[in-house]
Design a protein around this ligand. Structure first.
Ligand SMILES: *Cc1c(COP(=O)(O)O)cnc(C)c1O
Length: 446
């Protein structure tokens, strides 16, 4: 099974070539468990199977049971739109078994990943000494960053006997709350003003909080996933500096808009973050799974995350950057290389244009909704997200409509909740989404 098999290489490359050529990518469907179980039955057996047969099971039964998040008609959750360059380079990462744990083993990969991280640090305005690592997703990045926030505060203040708290807003992403639970920390939930956390909100919440000293960090959101709202980062940074709090910025979805000159003003203050997260697998057009985690002072993260084991001592004897030291992992795929290649090939201007296209589509969709008699805009778009309602519809109507839309392959749009009301939501990201597609979807809501 370790031999080069020209036949298998041919079949797999043919499949990839065809998938890469889809224009546009079809939406496809969710799956039925019975049908999938039947297709998979008997494949795991001592003598194995012909590779063509297994590939055919994938192509005929499994692939169509995965909704394509890289379809321009995928407008639910947060879509994906990896560039061809990034998808192709991901194949190189696999075919070369490129890992990116330590400088000793993988200096070439690590140097390139760091070059891509530097682009993100620069647009965020982080200082030259900032650095970090690509992890599997925003959830992993938030967890790793908040672990550093906690341990840095513990070392500084000796709070060991008390549970430490992180100030979050009522709009904070679920992964932050999950991370706090895992880290045995508590949240101080700060009320927002029009769903946006401001410095004033934070200051007031800290002033009325009884156990003042136990709040050690604040987690701001740079682009809420539900509505695209960016917190008052500059105001929050002021309070964080004043109260000696770790300033974490979760830009997993929205951070990409830093590349759009027209949106940059929304992020004023992000350069003062102690830790900053942005997911290239979302709006920076990289394949799954890829999240960038940057620290203002990486040495603090290194103290927290470096694993000590005799067989690893050689990692730390030489010079160079060990990505393993900056999150809770050890072995890691050089997952930042796909982004690196695509950025180097296409240039940052192409990224700015593509990010702006999604925001322009949100603006256009909002105008169509405002002009439609049967629809209402819930609020002006936030970054590339549009919330809207169909007056007269209840939750069940939105869910039925969403299912029918997918069944007809017109779009994948899922409802969300806004102030207790079920509403429809577009998340734009794919540069090939057109206003005609939006019109087609809106017409189904009459
Ligand atoms: C998507 C998202 C996350 C989680 O990122 P994953 O890559 O899905 O783990 C965290 N925060 C925000 C704001 C997000 O949009």
């Amino acid at each position: 099974m370790f031999r080069y098999n020209e036949d298998m290489v041919g079949h797999i490359f043919d499949y990839c070539r065809e998938r890469l050529s889809f224009d546009p990518v079809t939406l496809d469907f969710s799956g039925e468990k019975e049908a999938l179980d039947a297709a998979l039955a008997g494949l795991m057996r001592p003598e194995g199977n012909d590779h063509e047969k297994v590939l055919k099971v994938f192509a005929d039964h499994l692939a169509p049971a995965v909704i394509s998040c890289d379809s321009p008609r995928f407008l639910a959750f947060i879509p994906a739109a990896p560039t061809r360059a990034s998808m192709l380079f991901d194949m190189i990462v696999s075919c070369s078994s490129l890992q990116g744990s330590s400088w000793l083993e993988a200096a070439g990969a690590v140097a390139a990943e760091n070059q891509a991280l530097r682009v993100l640090a620069d647009v965020a305005g982080l200082p030259p000494e900032a650095g970090g690592v690509f992890v599997s997703g925003g959830s992993a990045a938030n967890l790793s960053a908040l672990a550093v926030a906690r341990d840095t505060a513990s070392r500084r203040g000796g709070w060991r006997r008390r549970r430490l708290r992180v100030a979050v807003s009522d709009q904070t992403h679920s992964s932050i709350r999950n991370a706090l639970r895992i880290l045995d920390m508590e949240e101080l939930v700060v009320a927002t003003t029009e769903h946006r956390l401001t410095g004033e909100n934070l200051r007031a919440a800290l002033a009325s909080h009884r156990h003042r000293g136990d709040v050690v960090a604040v987690a701001a959101t740079a682009g809420t996933t539900n509505a695209g709202i960016v917190d008052d980062l500059a105001g929050i940074a002021d309070v964080a500096a004043e109260k000696n709090l770790w300033f974490h910025v979760d830009g997993a979805y929205g951070g990409a808009a830093l590349l759009a000159p027209g949106a940059r003003h929304l992020f004023r203050g992000v350069g003062r973050a102690d830790s900053f997260v942005v997911d290239p697998h979302k709006w920076l057009f990289a394949p799954f799974d890829c999240a960038a985690l940057l620290y203002r002072n990486p040495a603090l993260a290194k103290t927290v995350h470096t694993q000590q084991a005799s067989y690893l001592d050689v990692f730390h004897e030489g010079p160079g950057w060990n990505p393993s030291d900056y999150a809770y992992h050890l072995t890691r795929r050089a997952r930042g290389l796909a982004l690196w290649f695509s950025l180097a090939v296409h240039g940052t201007d192409a990224y700015s244009t593509a990010v702006e296209a999604a925001m322009a589509m949100a603006t256009q969709a909002a105008a169509r909704i405002e002009a439609a008699e049967h629809l209402e805009l819930v609020r002006q778009p936030g970054l590339s997200i549009v919330l809207f309602r169909r007056p007269g519809w209840e939750a069940a109507d939105y869910h039925r409509w969403s299912r029918e839309l997918l069944a007809a392959q017109v779009g994948f749009v899922t409802p969300t909740a806004w102030q207790g009301e079920t509403v429809a939501r577009f998340a734009f990201l794919h540069p090939d989404t057109t206003v005609e597609m939006v019109d087609e979807i809106l017409a189904t809501m009459k």
